[in-house]
Design a protein around this ligand. Structure first.
Ligand code: AMP
Length: 299
């Protein structure tokens, strides 16, 4: 099944204890699409400005990501500036400039079908809801979010959760959204709002999964080099729903494997700045890391 991804395509300026980069390719939809493309055809819906380089669009096409829904508008591309300290689980946002995203309401290209799965990658929940209403998806709907939207658009986010099958968020966001300190209680609160499946990401400590009686813990892949954690969460989300999109039937075992692939793909992202880690990943390197992950976690 194909996957539609809507979210930000951005130019990021990032500083970590291991170096810095200015105006490099980023954005929630960028990471999620690249990650999902390992498993399924992806239709990307987003917007960029006139300053967005053609080479990035060519890169998406090379990765078989359909950019018919990637609009180019007069103005500046979305920009995000952030700094990480030695606790790489926490990004200090220095600035967010929505630019061409301000008031953006995309057209839906004909390649996007109701029956496809949909990933509402991190962006304003009002825009996520709007897209949902336009597409009227019948497939699996996943949604990612962040603290900014929980602080400023909580009502819109809670309304959206009624329509979402899978919500992904990090531990601090889960606590902020639910008002619960304990993550099991936080997941219960989120499920009570209508979302059947909840993934709580814990950065380098892996992720927790809750779906009814199925609880699953997935570690992060053990790495010697972490350079830039930007996009790890989006990569996880894209990998997970991308893997599910490639399967005919979703069983407990398929769900567990989807989480493992999400975790492994995120490990490629954090090894390098921007999308460099993902672009160097091949299906063989992914499979090798999957096999190694199995050996690391078996007992
Ligand atoms: P992550 O590290 O997975 O949480 O996501 C980082 C990516 O999200 C960066 O590439 C940013 O461009 C993008 N991003 C940051 N803030 C926002 C926002 N408010 N809306 C949409 N995307 C954002």
């Amino acid at each position: 099944m194909a996957l539609t991804v809507i979210g930000s395509v951005a130019l990021d300026s990032v500083e970590t204890p291991f170096g810095k980069r200015k105006d490099v390719l980023g954005g929630s939809a960028t990471y999620a699409s690249l990650s999902a493309s390992f498993f399924t055809p992806v239709n990307l819906i987003s917007v960029v400005g006139s300053d967005f380089e053609e080479k990035h669009i060519k890169m998406f096409t090379k990765k078989k990501i359909n950019t018919a829904g990637l609009e180019r508008k007069k103005g500046k591309t979305f920009r995000w500036k952030a700094r990480y300290h030695y606790d790489l689980n926490y990004a200090e946002t220095i600035s967010t400039h929505l630019n061409v995203f301000e008031g953006f309401r995309p057209g839906i290209p004909p390649c996007v079908k109701e029956k496809d799965n949909l990933l509402l990658a991190n962006i304003d929940p009002e825009l996520q809801s709007w897209i949902f209403r336009q597409i009227k998806p019948r497939g699996l709907v996943a949604c990612d979010t962040m603290n900014l939207w929980i602080t400023h658009k909580k009502k819109a986010l809670l309304k959206l959760l009624k329509k979402v099958d899978l919500l992904l968020l990090n531990d601090a966001e889960a606590r902020q959204l639910s008002g619960e300190k304990n993550l099991i209680e936080a997941a219960k609160y989120i499920s009570s709002k209508g979302t059947r499946m909840v993934v709580i990401k814990k950065g380098e400590h892996g992720a927790l999964f809750f779906c009814g009686k199925l609880h699953f813990i997935v570690p992060a892949y053990l790495l010697e080099t972490i350079t830039d954690p930007t996009g790890a969460g989006d990569t996880f989300a894209g990998g997970m729903i991308g893997y599910l999109s490639g399967k005919k039937k979703i069983t407990d075992s398929v769900l567990r494997k989807a989480l493992v692939y999400g975790s492994i793909l995120a490990s490629f992202t954090v090894e390098r700045f921007s999308v460099e880690g993902l672009l160097r990943t091949t299906p063989k390197r992914l499979k090798d890391r999957y096999n190694h992950f199995e050996r690391l976690t078996r007992f």
